[in-house]
Design a protein around this ligand. Structure first.
Ligand code: UD1
Length: 363
């Protein structure tokens, strides 16, 4: 196909968990004669260890456009992205805008494209926590409602969309692009020196990530979680690559983190290697629930609900909530050897991005 006949697709990345999702899709589109992919980075995440390190580790080129919106309140950040992204779309006139996940950049760019009558593809559509206090749940619902092509990671997401009235013809069960990246980079991650650097032994430590507003913005909840972590750290070291938001809150509330081995956020390969060799992971992230399922590493989720129930029914995930007693009990169970044997969910096989690109080539 002549270059100018190729479909021009804008892939939107804004925050850390977006980059590993756009990477395999970008690569497949680049290889295909049917597409001309462009990467637009909104700048929602901008610290080197929240953004550039991921582009480096994932072999992504520099973004074609960087919007540089930075941090702000929910509304201000979303609005700034919308204003800047509209200019990009008017200039580039893409044939399709592809958004991933559930962050503010996903929401903002899908609304802009749909109002400009540019078709929108949403990768990781249909996930629902049914907890509207989470900004991500609002982002998921709105993004899905304006998207033309909804690519899902599991059958329960298809069902959620059908129940909301999305026509079946728009829903494509393709699997999990985040797992494409995990499987593609697992070997490379083994070269990481992170264990040596942190003086850790394989299987001799646990990993913690914590950043949800509901967990870290409220001092009472955060103190409760920290109490549980202190108890756990008496049994096994906890390595904690702290999100900048969490670091700020802990400092602001004067909560001592002496139970934890604090480190700065890690790049993709180091973090993957850290997870692969841990005894278990404690997290409130969405993506990590999925990654631990595939890695067969026990995962204790510090939330009351999950938009990814398949990681509980088929994977290694345990929903422990945010109360001290339940978190400690979940960890004690794991340490006693009582762990779940996971089954890898259908289409979490490294081929999801190929299915998406083939589907979009046919439209
Ligand atoms: C965002 C996503 C969340 C995702 C998470 C992954 C939304 C609503 N939330 O949450 O779904 O799981 O990213 O990390 O889109 N900050 C920095 N440097 C950065 C980025 C952020 O210091 O590069 C600090 C700022 O103080 C900022 C705060 O972190 O105010 C929150 O950043 P923001 O992008 O609003 O949300 P996250 O908590 O990162």
């Amino acid at each position: 196909m002549r270059k100018r006949d190729r479909k021009k697709v804008i892939l939107v990345g804004g925050a850390r968990p977006n980059f590993m999702k756009i990477a395999p899709i970008y690569r497949r589109m680049k290889e295909s004669p049917d597409f001309r992919p462009l990467i637009v980075h909104t700048g929602q995440h901008y610290d080197r260890n929240m953004s550039q390190f991921f582009f480096r580790d994932l072999g992504l080129p520099r973004p074609d456009v960087y919007l540089g919106v930075g941090s702000a309140s929910q509304a201000a950040q979303t609005a700034r992205i919308m204003v800047e992204f509209e200019k990009v779309c008017l200039k580039a006139r893409p044939d399709l805008v592809l958004v991933v996940g559930d962050v503010n950049s996903t929401l903002a760019c899908s609304i802009v494209a749909s109002k400009l009558l540019i078709p929108v593809a949403h990768v990781e559509a249909g996930l629902r926590s049914r907890d509207r206090t989470m900004p991500e749940e609002i982002n998921r619902i709105v993004t899905d409602s304006v998207s033309d092509y909804l690519f899902t990671t599991c059958r329960d997401a298809d069902e959620n969309l059908l129940k909301e009235g999305v026509p079946a013809a728009r829903i494509f069960f393709v699997g999990n692009v985040m797992i494409d990246t995990l499987l593609g980079f697992r070997e490379k991650a083994k070269r990481s020196k992170v264990l040596k650097r942190l003086n850790l032994k394989k299987g001799g430590y646990s990993v913690l990530t914590l950043h949800r507003p509901s967990n870290v913005d409220d001092s009472k909840t955060l103190r409760g979680i920290m109490k549980a972590l202190k108890k756990i750290s008496g049994k096994i070291p906890i390595v904690f690559p702290a999100h900048p938001r969490t670091e700020k809150m802990l400092r602001g509330y004067g909560i001592a983190g002496d139970a934890l081995n604090y480190i700065k956020p890690l790049g993709y390969l180091d973090f993957l290697f850290l997870m692969m060799n841990s005894r278990f992971v404690l997290t409130d992230s969405g993506g990590i629930q999925e990654e631990t399922t595939v890695l067969k590493i026990p995962c204790v989720t510090l939330r009351k609900n999950t938009e990814r129930p398949i990681t509980v029914t088929e994977g290694t995930n345990i929903l422990a909530g945010v109360g001290e007693r339940k978190i400690v009990a979940a960890v004690e169970k794991i340490l006693s050897g009582d762990v779940k044997t996971p089954r890898r969910p259908k289409y979490w096989d490294g081929e999801a991005s190929g299915r998406i690109v083939r589907c979009l080539a046919g439209i």
